[in-house]
Write a protein that binds this ligand. Structure first.
Ligand code: SPQ
Length: 429
């Protein structure tokens, strides 16, 4: 059982309050915008997970002045031109967001840089970003015609583009917006489905202008952004693990404080409501991103169908929703989610294979999965596949298995939630 973490069912339910760590998507973007804006940016509740630390490390290699303090991250921005050619390769670690958004930043910088990540990043498709960046006029190449890392970028003067996204992806949209800010003219992007809009919101928070009309976003290049204070809300994708745990572990009542409630991210709330979860969402006044408290109690759940426009609003929560569905009466069908195949792992295969080991009645489909509930889950040896969201899903599953779960590569959880087990312990005591 070496290198495996033994996880056992708690004696009673999960109870109490928790502040989940800062939102990963917003933390990345706050560093990036802080580095290219003029003046000081102070980021409160920054997520100190490995992915966001990769973003900081890449920007430092470009010459950005970023200080980590106990309660904030301070970025002293001096505009786009303050970034300079890195002497070293930029290593984005396991982070798709760092890789793809950096590509947009580097597209307009007049120097050469090389981006590389870990084994998982090396398998994730980048052509979806290199294609539009080439249209702007960037010289960019990589393995397989620019589809895989290492990527080599020589940025330069960019001309605005009109682009219709072939896949619903906030990362691709954001890379185009970051290039668009450096381009001459007005960039227009049309989305096939609405995806998380933290980049658009952050452009406004940094004093920029951006418009949205139905599915099309318009952004003028050459805008000067100003440093600001960013308050990062709790990450709803992290909260989702405790929302699920509270719903499926008997005798639970959990309050998750100050969670981000941006409507492009709250698909999990809609799904849990439709499944019949006992939950309450209490929104609080906020100036930037929406925030509030989410209270979840042990619930009797029913299977539902999940697909269409809802998918981009809960894409990262699907592994834990699959676990939730094992505890719901009837059938849950998750469809239109083929994007899961190109995340940190193929998350359809990973979830199905690992939950099956615990006795779940779950089948993979081409674009999602079908889960038959309700199942009593049993303990087993399982693997995170090096994917933080698979690791946390299996850790939550262990709260209801009739014997211990032995989780291999639990360390992957540190990518987005370094204090996950400490926070879990707060609720099981
Ligand atoms: O950064 P990374 O590795 O791509 O992270 C993931 C995650 O599970 O944390 C996906 F694997 O989240 C993405 C998300 O799936 C973060 C993100 C963003 O911050 O813009 C957008 C989504 O990806 P995409 O490809 O749909 O744009």
């Amino acid at each position: 059982m070496e290198n495996k973490l033994k996880l056992t069912k708690p004696e009673q339910g999960l109870n109490g309050e928790l502040h989940v760590p800062g939102d990963k998507s917003i933390s990345h973007r706050a560093v990036m915008f802080g580095a290219v804006a003029e003046g000081r940016t102070t980021i409160h509740n920054f997520l100190m997970g490995e992915d966001c630390l990769s973003t900081i490390s890449c920007f430092r290699k470009l010459g950005a002045d970023i200080k980590l303090q106990e309660d904030a991250v301070i970025v002293e921005g001096s505009g786009w031109d303050s970034l300079s050619e890195p002497a070293e390769i930029l290593d984005t670690g396991n982070s798709g967001t760092t890789t793809r958004l950096m590509m947009g930043v580097l597209a307009g910088r007049p120097f050469h840089s090389v981006l590389i990540g870990d084994e998982s990043i090396a398998k994730r498709p980048m052509k979806r970003v290199t294609d539009p960046l080439k249209l702007f006029g960037t010289a960019i190449d990589g393995r397989d015609g620019g589809n895989f890392t290492p990527l080599s970028i020589r940025g330069g003067s960019l001309k605005a583009i009109k682009y219709s996204l072939p896949v619903a992806s906030a990362q691709v949209k954001s890379a185009i917006l970051l290039a668009g800010l450096q381009a001459e003219g007005v960039t227009e992007i049309t989305e096939p489905q609405r995806t998380r809009d933290h980049t658009e919101k952050m452009i406004l928070e940094f004093g920029g202008e951006i418009e949205r009309q139905e599915d099309t976003i318009k952004l003028r290049g050459g805008q000067i952004l100003s440093g600001t204070d960013v308050y990062v809300p709790g990450d709803i994708s992290s909260a989702a693990f405790f929302m699920t745990a509270a719903a499926i572990v008997k005798g639970s009542r959990v309050t998750l404080k100050n969670v981000g409630l941006n409507e492009t991210r709250t698909g999990i709330v809609e799904v849990m409501r439709r499944m019949g979860a006992r939950m309450e969402v209490m929104e609080k006044p906020a100036s930037g991103e929406r925030i509030g408290d989410i209270i979840v109690e042990t619930s009797d759940l029913n299977g539902i169908e999940i697909g269409g426009d809802l998918i981009p609003t809960l894409i990262d929560e699907i592994p834990v929703i699959a676990l939730l569905a094992t505890q719901a009466k009837g059938t849950t069908i998750i469809k239109d989610a083929e994007e899961l195949k190109v995340k940190e792992t193929n998350r359809i295969d990973a979830v199905v294979q690992e939950l099956k080991k615990l006795g779940a009645n779950i089948t993979a489909t081409d674009d999602g999965m079908i889960i038959e509930g309700t199942n009593t889950l049993q303990g087993s040896d399982v693997h995170s596949w090096g994917d933080h969201r698979i690791g946390m899903t299996l850790a939550v599953a262990s709260l209801i298995t009739d014997s211990p779960v032995y989780l291999e590569d639990a360390d992957a959880i540190k990518i987005s939630y370094p204090q996950f087990f400490e926070d879990l312990n707060i609720l099981v005591k």
